[in-house]
Design a binder for this molecule. Structure first.
Ligand code: URA
Length: 174
């Protein structure tokens, strides 16, 4: 009830996955399918995300933790507003601080810009690690964007970003 999104939601989509995950994904906010089921990334973009994690990186999705910047669906899937982000921020910080992932992947422009508090375009943010709350943050394209613009170039870019994440996780295990 901390912000106006409580009026239109069916569920609070808090997050899902392994609370001891070394890899965490953060998206923007729930869509219709997520609001319906109460779980993040369960619609079409979610299927793409699962494919990126499992087929691309070779990691079971259930080993990761998946959350969003905001926990309630905005009307008509509009971008979250500053007061909504502020109302939810404390929950996300707590999730990150409890899970303490080795790497966070920010999915898409909105998540990356919000977490890093910048207006830099995703094309400039993606592909490199940023220091973020005692961990490393890799911005990459949102799976919904990859679905919309399913070009070999976009697929290659996401794969390059995820490969870097995989390398860091593997190096950390040794
Ligand atoms: N898009 C997001 O950013 N998050 C979800 O949970 C689903 C779609």
């Amino acid at each position: 009830m901390r912000c106006k999104l409580c009026r239109g939601r069916k569920s609070i989509v808090f997050g899902s996955g392994n609370a001891r995950a070394r890899l965490m994904f953060i998206g923007e906010g729930p869509g219709a399918d997520e609001d319906e089921q109460g779980l993040p990334f369960v619609g079409r973009a979610g299927q793409k995300l699962t494919e990126m994690i499992e087929k691309g990186m070779g990691i079971p999705r259930s080993d990761c933790y998946i959350a969003n910047i905001i926990k309630c669906r905005p009307p008509d899937n509009r971008d979250p507003e500053p007061d909504e982000i502020a109302a939810c921020e404390g929950f996300l910080y707590k999730q990150i601080d409890i899970i303490r992932p080795k790497v966070i992947v920010a999915l898409g422009r909105f998540a990356a810009q919000t977490l890093l508090r910048t207006k830099m375009p995703i094309s400039a943010l993606r592909g490199r690690f940023w220091k973020y709350r005692d961990t490393l943050l890799m911005p990459t394209f949102h799976p919904a964007f990859v679905l919309r613009q399913y070009t070999p170039e976009n697929r290659r870019i996401v794969w390059e970003d995820l490969k870097k994440v995989k390398q860091v996780l593997e190096a950390d295990q040794q």
